[in-house]
Design a protein around this ligand. Sequence first.
Ligand code: HEC
Length: 103
Amino acid sequence: MLKKIILKTSFALATGLLCQVSYAAEVNNGKTLHQAKCYQCHAEKSGLGNGDLIYTRSDRKVKDANRLKSMVSMCNTQLRLDLFPEDEADLVAYLNQQFYKFK
Ligand code: HEC
């Protein structure tokens, strides 16, 4: 009986840990992609000299999570950055965690 409980608990802990690790990897992939493909142009085009400020400026375009998704995919297709859908999702996860903080 006790053994069973211990087994169950460690299984839950292990799967919980796995989920956390893969979530972190997604956000980190988004961060890497952002540095490589997005930061520079935003820094120049916004005239702010910092590619992060475009997401936090007071007149920013993105107001909710759906808009964030469509904006990332628009920048991707319009600019032919050739990102996979998984990469777009990772970018959305990173931008949301770091800047927008939508629920
Ligand atoms: C060649 C230049 C360029 C590249 C590369 C680029 N963007 Fe953009 N992006 C822009 C410009 C310009 C705007 C501002 C549009 C506006 O204000 O109407 C923008 C705005 C955005 C916004 C909305 C910011 C807001 O106002 O809330 C998001 C999100 C975004 N880009 C995501 C990305 C992502 C993710 C990438 C990389 C995969 C990327 N962009 C690459 C030019 C670029």
